[in-house]
Design a protein around this ligand. Structure first.
Ligand SMILES: NC(=O)c1ccc[n+]([C@@H]2O[C@H](COP(=O)([O-])OP(=O)(O)OC[C@H]3O[C@@H](n4cnc5c(N)ncnc54)[C@H](O)[C@@H]3O)[C@@H](O)[C@H]2O)c1
Length: 261
């Protein structure tokens, strides 16, 4: 078992799932966020840190074996805000990790890096990126930065293009994109446990009937999502007309939004 796993964005919604479900992955979970976190429990450390502040990030990463990097603005936003949290923040984290000798980062990317592909098109890790938003572009930066740090320094990364990770799917789009919290946790566990991951790009999605994304290249991980959105289909289809507004592209609402002036 590793000594210390750093989780950034630990006050957020996926951070909550991770805090609750990954306790036995490391002797210590170091939980960090720019927002306030509840006090450290047994086997936890809590560190308040803005990822845009380089020296604080250097300190944050010290003595960590691996990082689950969730901290970010998690939807479309003004460019300047994305620049600080998602671009500068991710750069600071990788640079600190390299210097501290961290061996593996699980980077929360997003399906919005390929969100301008049409609904129904089948994608995999080799499909061209077509970001649907400035948010998506900020995550493309993180994916490319992680590739650079792997090629140059051997720092391993899994770029998780997370679909829609919520307690349950709530609209038609999520019937394809839903990732259950349970499947999210088992994916993280497999990625931490694998002896080697190199630089891996994969989609975080449950075993839904109409998935748009293939993870066949990542079969070696042995991750088999257990949940499916199918049980929620009747209720969703009964209350949401088809075609749902804004779902011509895989990114849904993000693809439909205008960039701000
Ligand atoms: N939930 C999903 O379905 C989903 C889908 C695709 C990608 N993701 C990605 O997964 C990650 C977690 O998503 P979430 O749903 O928990 O989002 P969230 O918004 O609930 O949590 C993100 C956390 O990051 C923190 N944060 C923002 N800026 C920061 C900064 N400068 N320094 C430190 N912390 C900062 C926030 O305070 C927040 O607690 C994000 O990177 C998001 O882009 C999530």
């Amino acid at each position: 078992m590793m000594t210390r796993l750093l989780i950034t964005g630990a006050a957020g919604s996926l951070g909550g799932y991770a805090r609750e479900g990954l306790k036995d992955c490391a002797q210590i979970l170091r939980l960090s966020d720019v927002a306030e976190l509840s006090p450290a429990g047994k086997g936890e450390e809590v560190v308040r840190c803005d990822l845009a502040e380089r020296e604080a990030v250097d300190e944050l990463v010290r003595d960590c074996d691996a990082i689950l990097h969730l901290g970010a603005i998690s939807a479309e936003a003004e460019f300047d805000a994305l620049l600080q949290a998602n671009i500068l923040g991710t750069y600071n984290l990788y640079e600190a990790a390299r210097r501290a000798g961290v061996s593996r980062i699980l980077f929360a990317s997003t399906n919005h890096v390929t969100g301008f592909h049409p609904v129904g098109e089948r994608l995999d890790h080799l499909s061209p990126r077509r970001p649907d938003s400035l948010y998506g572009v900020s995550k493309c930066f993180g994916e490319d930065l992680s590739r650079l740090y792997f090629d140059k320094y051997g720092l391993e990364t899994a770029c998780l293009r997370i679909g829609s990770c919520f307690a349950e799917p709530t609209n038609r789009r999520m019937l394809s994109t839903w990732l259950s919290p349970g499947d999210f946790r088992t994916l993280i566990r497999q990625l931490l446990a694998a002896s080697e991951i190199g630089h891996l790009v994969l989609y975080g999605v449950s075993a839904n009937r109409d998935v748009w994304w293939s993870n066949a290249h990542a079969d070696f991980l042995g991750w088999r999502p257990q949940d499916s959105s199918e049980a929620y289909r009747p209720a969703i289809e009964a209350r949401e007309e088809e075609p749902a507004k804004g779902v011509r592209y895989q990114g849904g609402r993000h693809a439909a939004l205008k960039l701000s002036d």
